[in-house]
Design a protein around this ligand. Sequence first.
Ligand SMILES: NC(=O)c1ccc[n+]([C@@H]2O[C@H](COP(=O)([O-])OP(=O)(O)OC[C@H]3O[C@@H](n4cnc5c(N)ncnc54)[C@H](O)[C@@H]3O)[C@@H](O)[C@H]2O)c1
Length: 389
Amino acid sequence: MTGRVGVWLVGARGSVATSAVCGAAALRAGLAAPVGCVSELPDIARARLPSYAELVFGGHDVTGCPLDKRAEQLVEGGVLPRSVVTGVRADLRAAEAEIRPGYDGTDGASQRAVAAALAADLRDFAARHALARLVVVNVAATERRLDPHPATGSLDALESALDGAAAVLPPSALYAYAAFSAGFPFVDFTPSAAVGSPALAQLAAARRLPWAGNDGKTGETLIKSALAPVFADRALRVRSWAGTNLLGGGDGANLADPAAAAAKLASKSRVLSSVLGEQVVEPLHIDYVPDLGDWKTAWDHVSFEGFLGVRMSLQFTWQGCDSALAAPLVLDLARLVARAHEIGEVGPVGAFGFFFKDPAGTAEQRLAAQYEALRGWAARAGTLPEDPP
Ligand SMILES: NC(=O)c1ccc[n+]([C@@H]2O[C@H](COP(=O)([O-])OP(=O)(O)OC[C@H]3O[C@@H](n4cnc5c(N)ncnc54)[C@H](O)[C@@H]3O)[C@@H](O)[C@H]2O)c1
């Protein structure tokens, strides 16, 4: 890949974003090994991806807490090593200088004017850093689940609705609209609405842009998508699959709101019916436990049936550090989507479904099959020229 690549983080001062900026700088400086970085596996790196040294960070946020202070909080919480944060302080300051005020739906201006201002921030960043590509990645707090507004059904309807006084798009979708309008690809790492309407997908297609989503797969759903095929392929009958999730941190606090949790639970519950081919009793809970900080615990209980109806069970407990799991994937996706853009991919890149709970562009939910699709994509991308014909 040629040239520098901008990574524009929506939610740039959150835990995942701060960890991604620190992690990229640490990798560039040789302060850390690329553990957890899928794009560094030889099968995937062959796609001719931009290096970590070629990534330049900026973003939008609605909070004022600067990145170095956020990084300090993550050090206190045991998420980031102090030595890494000390070693990358200049990189944190450089990224902080590129963070612009975001939009949370409370602006009095028309959404057309807000989108134009967001798009201008992106274009300005790309021009000042002479970027060859720019990828916008949504890592902002999960929004409350909304029914799609009728005006978002088609691009024409959306375009005329944006001029009105009423807000027709939730902030995540307005960020996607701004990215596509400015000619940049978009990744939705959250379960928010973002590109979830036909109008936004039409806009991406019209601008010949790739996009990827939705909702990064880093814990319980990752393990589910690896384990569920075991039952399907051994012809065992899953009777129920119950999951309890305990979350701290900003994400946990946000998901204490039932309407935000509804969006997350919806994206978490797509795997089983798809892999097992039938509806399974699947109670799922998310509880906020502030004491856990950035750590999450998922406990799953699977009740299943074997030959002649014999009942058995599987249980697993996953204890993960949310941002340490998510940040390398954000970097993977930025590198992969930049390359997808360079080779002329358009629309949702199904081969990137490996990274998501609710993958766009593919119905495949089995983890091993998703990895094969990603591997195949990387092999093909590795043979293509820098500029598509
Ligand atoms: N950590 C994981 O393993 C994981 C996995 C999948 C998805 N996610 C998603 O990633 C997102 C970020 O997680 P986090 O732990 O960093 O959360 P966080 O609460 O630490 O950070 C969220 C950031 O988004 C900002 N924000 C809120 N509304 C915004 C808006 N309208 N515009 C711009 N910025 C806005 C907040 O100010 C905050 O800085 C969440 O939506 C979460 O569900 C995380």
